[in-house]
Design a protein around this ligand. Sequence first.
Ligand SMILES: [Zn+2]
Length: 175
Amino acid sequence: MRVGRSLASVRGDNQGHAFEHLDANVDLILRQLESDQIAALEKFGEHLGGGVMFIQISLSKMWLFSMYEILRETCDFPSCLGAGKSVYCIRKDCLRCRVRNLRDELNPVRTALAKLQPEKAWKASPSKRNYHPSLLLDESSGSFAWKAHSDRRGSCATVSRLEFSNKVLEVLGPE
Ligand SMILES: [Zn+2]
């Protein structure tokens, strides 16, 4: 929620959409499920399947979508150079520019999951339609991750739910 408050300050938003309280709650639920996966792998040599796993996958996907939207919306406010919304100062101490880096890191997987095509795919190409990213379980963290090709990067990108959450807190958390 402190991160949510920082993002709201970039947008000049006094109410801050409850400062991402709901996303923070889902993050806590997912952290528990992720540590349960680690415990299951250690105790039984295999991960939890069935309903627990599907809830974890579903919530992980929804949480990443929700994070993408708040990061994107915060980037869309013209602030750091007082110019258009796609203008950035690229200074390391600029919060809005750090938000943009996180948005860009998440976008290949977000595009594949939401639009069923690689990031920056040429839309007219039928071969780029109905593209599906790979789902992975990171057995070192218990977190699900998605791996997707990005035409913008010319390579694949992998986003782990837990790693991304930790990075958001580290990169955007109060100093
Ligand atoms: Zn900036």
